[in-house]
Design a binder for this molecule. Structure first.
Ligand SMILES: NC(=O)c1ccc[n+]([C@@H]2O[C@H](COP(=O)([O-])OP(=O)(O)OC[C@H]3O[C@@H](n4cnc5c(N)ncnc54)[C@H](OP(=O)(O)O)[C@@H]3O)[C@@H](O)[C@H]2O)c1
Length: 344
């Protein structure tokens, strides 16, 4: 399979052949080590931003001789940490080694030298890459550089999983806006408050889960009415991790201007926590990637209506916590296409 990438800075087209199918044997082993890369990468979840999470594993004859992940922006990339972990007595095995890396090795001088160069210098035999880096200064160049040095490169191993791992980073770079999660809690009869007064819909446990999620987001937003009515702190206090930057939506900043501002501010992810009008605005503008809806058995009989679930929403999972149920949806572009078809 050929992946064609347009490099924005030079408008050059780079063609990268990928080998995504597993096909048994070596493919299964490749998938296994790529899974380990993803597992390692996740360790950087709260520390490596704004960089993507990346894991790397070095394997010789079925034995992992080195592994690492990107811990903190400005410090060593996953490949650097993986090579550094190889024991001196295993160094001589590198010419036989395969390095697995969940994201394309970088090709530019940033805060650290290019990983593609390091891989070439270390002289491994084979490189297996999870997915291409959408970052303008990489975009296929790392893969091209390694191939030009005569090293075999396989691209696209567990590509879906590798892209999912860095969904916020990918959305930011590809759509030029933050990855957007719409989140609300509703009563069994479809209200998000109790006659326009705040209602306790989530439980202490699900509230803790929300704080855990907040720590993964760069920005958090509520509408002007919610801000004035509830004065929510929107921070991370029932979990550990950084608090997101707080935004309030009002007529002074239209939605598209706010998105452009967040992109300029480097906000890769945004969690929208209500209220009704605000959530509906994002839905109507098609500005969302995932939804997390918590439904409690409580009824209030009146108040602000929960937003309408759009047709693009595709169910991902349903989790029960006592009486409360959390459902996750993702924006399904196929459903979007369906909507555009002329009706018979
Ligand atoms: N259960 C939950 O998960 C949950 C979460 C949060 C809030 N709530 C509840 O929700 C209720 C408030 O909901 P609500 O619908 O009345 O108000 P809201 O969504 O909190 O705020 C509405 C205001 O946000 C601004 N806004 C919304 N969309 C906009 C857009 N596209 N462009 C510019 N500004 C925009 C406008 O401000 P301006 O008027 O300044 O133009 C609008 O009046 C509260 O009672 C709160 O308790 C529930």
């Amino acid at each position: 399979m050929q992946i064609r990438i347009m490099v924005k800075e030079t408008n050059q087209n780079i063609s990268i052949s990928s080998t995504p199918s597993l096909g048994g044997g070596r493919g299964e082993a490749d998938a296994l080590y790529m899974r380990r890369c993803i597992q390692l990468a996740r360790c950087g979840l709260l520390t490596c931003r704004p960089n993507p999470m990346v894991g790397a594993v070095i394997v010789v004859r079925g034995r992992i001789i080195g592994e690492g992940y990107h811990i903190r922006a400005g410090e060593g990339h996953a490949e650097v940490n993986a090579f550094a972990s190889v024991r001196p007595e295993d160094e001589h095995l590198l010419p036989e080694a395969t390095i697995y890396v969940s994201l394309e090795p970088c090709a530019h001088y940033g805060k650290t030298p290019p990983c593609a160069e390091l891989i070439i210098r270390k002289g491994v035999k084979r490189v297996v890459v999870g997915c291409v880096d959408p970052f303008a200064r990489v975009q296929g160049r790392g893969i091209q550089m390694i191939r030009e040095a005569g090293i075999e490169v396989v691209v696209g191993m567990l590509e879906t999983e590798c892209r999912e791992l860095n969904k916020r980073f990918f959305t930011y770079h590809e759509k030029k806006r933050p990855f957007i999660l719409l989140k609300w809690a509703q009563t069994a009869d479809g209200f998000i408050d109790d006659h326009f007064r705040p209602a306790k819909i989530s439980t202490p446990f699900t509230q803790m889960l929300v704080h855990q999620l907040r720590a993964e987001y760069d920005a958090i937003l509520v509408g002007r009415v919610t801000d004035e009515r509830e004065h929510p702190r929107l921070d991370v206090r029932h979990w550990t991790g950084p608090s997101p930057r707080r935004y309030v939506l009002s007529h002074t900043t239209p939605l598209d201007a706010l998105m452009a501002q967040m992109y300029a501010d480097g906000m890769q992810s945004l969690m929208v926590e209500g209220g009704g009008k605000t959530l509906q605005s994002f839905i109507d503008a098609g500005l969302w990637d995932e939804m997390r809806i918590e439904t409690s058995p409580l009824t209030t009989g009146g108040g602000t209506r929960a937003p309408q679930l759009p047709e693009m929403a595709s169910l991902v999972s349903r989790e029960a916590y006592g009486g409360n149920v959390v459902t996750w949806y993702r924006y399904d572009e196929r459903n979007d296409v369906e909507l555009e078809k002329p009706r018979k």
